[in-house]
Ligand binder design. Structure first.
Ligand SMILES: C[S@@+](CC[C@H](N)C(=O)[O-])C[C@H]1O[C@@H](n2cnc3c(N)ncnc32)[C@H](O)[C@@H]1O
Length: 216
């Protein structure tokens, strides 16, 4: 763990339950706290992002969408396989600025939409695989986003969620209301998705997560 991560963890430990810190973990924007959030996400989510993309069993021709691209950890892995257009949806201007600086592969397109309505950009039934890592907690109302997932996925298209329920259990509840695995699964099942979930332990605190898969 490098010095930057130690400082970021220390600040986060003091402020993690506050609305402001949770807001920044959802979508970094406050000077200083945005740096804490981005540093922690990079440190905590690299291994998980690689693991989840492996589990997606992508094919070259898959049309993939990632919601909440953040530091770009997972979308870079997706681009190693998918040759089709890859769509990243990222509501945070701060993250979008950084992604632009990263010179991502040319088949990646980053949209600035709120994922609850992608109808101006993404046709019905056009996505093979949808990924969202550490995002579902923040989506309000969750039902609306899940309906949008259903609209954009192809028949038999699959969505994947990576969730660290243990790490976010003290986040501000107004900002991060979706923290219960069973409730999230029930929202997905209610609209007709076939859902399964598995707890994955890659050996470190930061790399334990719940992998939820839902098929249209
Ligand atoms: C906790 S970060 C996770 C980032 C990355 N997936 C990771 O695991 O490191 C949540 C991400 O979702 C994005 N986000 C949150 N709500 C969103 C929404 N309604 N529409 C699009 N992006 C959203 C945030 O800007 C942020 O990039």
């Amino acid at each position: 763990m490098n010095f930057k991560v130690i400082i970021a963890r220390w600040i986060h430990q003091i402020l993690h339950h506050t609305e402001l810190m949770t807001e920044n973990m959802r979508s970094p924007k406050t000077m200083g706290l945005a740096w804490v959030a981005r540093t922690l996400m990079n440190y905590s989510n690299a291994q998980v992002s690689i693991d989840i993309v492996n589990r997606m069993k992508l094919k070259k021709a898959d049309h993939v969408l990632e919601l909440g691209v953040g530091n770009g950890l997972a979308i870079k892995e997706i681009a190693k396989i998918s040759r089709n257009k890859i769509i990243g949806v990222e509501i945070s201007a701060e993250f979008r600025r950084n992604l632009l600086k990263m010179r991502l592969p040319k088949n990646i397109v980053i949209l600035e939409n709120d994922a609850k309505d992608l109808s101006n950009e993404i046709p019905d039934g056009s996505i093979d695989k949808l990924l969202a890592i550490n995002v579902i907690y923040f989506l309000k109302p969750i039902e609306k986003y899940i309906l949008e997932f259903k609209r954009i996925l192809k028949k038999e298209g699959i969505g994947y969620l990576g969730c660290k329920f243990e790490s976010i259990k003290n986040f501000d509840i107004e900002v991060a209301p979706n923290r219960d695995e069973r409730e999230i699964i029930s929202h997905l099942s209610n609209v007709g998705f076939k859902v399964s979930s598995e707890f994955i332990d890659l050996g470190e605190d930061r790399s334990r997560y719940t992998f939820i898969q839902f098929e249209k």
